[in-house]
Design a protein around this ligand. Structure first.
Ligand code: IPM
Ligand code: MG
Length: 335
């Protein structure tokens, strides 16, 4: 199995390095190949998504990405983030699964990732007006809402579709598509919620939600709220899935330029993303469980400064590798 590593910018290389070490221990047969994306790729190749990176990703079994973006790049026609958007779109990873667990919360946000406000027409009119548009074809909505139904069916049987149907035409279409699809999933209860109400209820009582499916921008915002309610962005992982090609696995957090290069970034979100990669990308849920269980045990012992601990990024990796070795010794599930 081939896994492409895209460290990216800021703390990306630091957290991906630890996730890569751990992946090699959990799944020793993996071939890991590193490629450039984002500001690092602009610096080295003049392109936020070089051809070599895209080709390597297309032929990989799965991709692990760190974070993309750099504060010292003034926003222009060509941003580091464009590399990530182009990659998401080229791989057609339309379903972004963002799980949040803890404190009685077990929530799965399914964020549409290759359409909506992020990918609609944008520009500047002659009078100086600037516009971004939210656009969806019903087929784009159907495939991601279907993913939401399938996940809900495998979990508690409840799906909440979040939109802004009292204002937006795309949301009214989205609602209709979801209602039509619900006929195919009689075992799943579908609810609709306006995004402002969803944000309020998520803060007030997040345990009421199971699977949420929503537009790209709404999902971006709601997943940060969900992360904040369950351990923060340092722990939030995500899986970006298509129907056929390789999945893209990435932490929800950004490049954290304030702590980049100091070796203290929390690698938890990227390691959790590596667990999602094992499960959804390589079809090895057993290895994913083993990694998640080891990380749970290690997190109980210590962590990085943002977790109230004193460990460096590398010490988290060290502790995890030691734990995995001990687990194997005593004949744990993975031995
Ligand atoms: C995320 C991030 C990105 C996004 C940023 C870095 C462009 O916030 O993955 O949630 O908005 O998609
Ligand atoms: Mg975000």
């Amino acid at each position: 199995m081939n896994v492409v590593l895209l460290p990216g910018d800021g703390i990306g290389p630091e957290v991906v390095a630890e996730a890569a070490r751990v992946l090699s221990v959990v799944e020793p047969g993996l071939t890991l190949a590193e490629h450039a994306i984002g500001a690092a790729a602009i610096d080295a190749f003049g392109d936020p998504l070089p051809d070599a990176t895209l080709q390597a990703c297309r032929t990989a079994d799965a991709i692990l990405m760190g974070a993309v973006g750099a504060g010292d790049y003034a926003w222009s026609a060509r941003n580091p983030e464009d590399g990530m958007f182009a990659l998401r779109r080229e791989l057609d990873v339309y379903a972004n699964l963002r799980p949040s667990t803890g404190d009685g919360i077990d929530l799965m946000i399914v964020r549409e990732l290759v359409g909506g406000l992020y990918f609609g027409a944008r520009g500047t009119r002659p009078d100086g007006t600037v516009f971004d548009t939210c656009e969806y074809h019903p087929d784009q909505v159907r495939r991601v809402v279907r993913k939401g139904f399938e996940l809900a069916r495998a979990r508690s049987g409840r799906l909440t579709s979040v939109d802004k149907a009292n204002v937006l035409a795309t949301s009214r279409m989205w609602r209709g598509v979801a209602d039509d699809l619900s006929a195919e999933f009689p075992d799943v209860t579908l609810d609709h919620l306006l995004v402002d109400t969803a944000a309020m209820r998520m803060v007030q009582d997040p345990a009421q939600f199971d699977v949420i499916v929503t537009e790209n921008t709404f999902g971006d915002i709601l997943s940060d709220i969900a992360a904040a309610l369950t351990g923060g962005l340092g722990e939030a992982a995500s899986a970006c899935l298509s129907d056929s090609g390789p999945g893209l696995f990435e932490p929800v957090h950004g490049t954290a330029p304030d702590i980049a290069g100091r070796g203290v970034a929390n690698p938890t979100a990227t390691i959790r993303s590596a667990a999602l990669l094992l499960e959804h990308g390589l079809g090895n849920p057993e290895a994913a469980r083993r990694l998640d269980a080891a990380l749970d045990r290690v997190t109980a012992q210590g962590g990085t400064p943002d977790q109230g601990g004193t460990w460096t990024t590398a010490q988290v990796g060290d502790a995890l590798i030691a734990d995995l070795a001990a687990d194997k010794e005593v004949g744990g599930v993975g031995a």
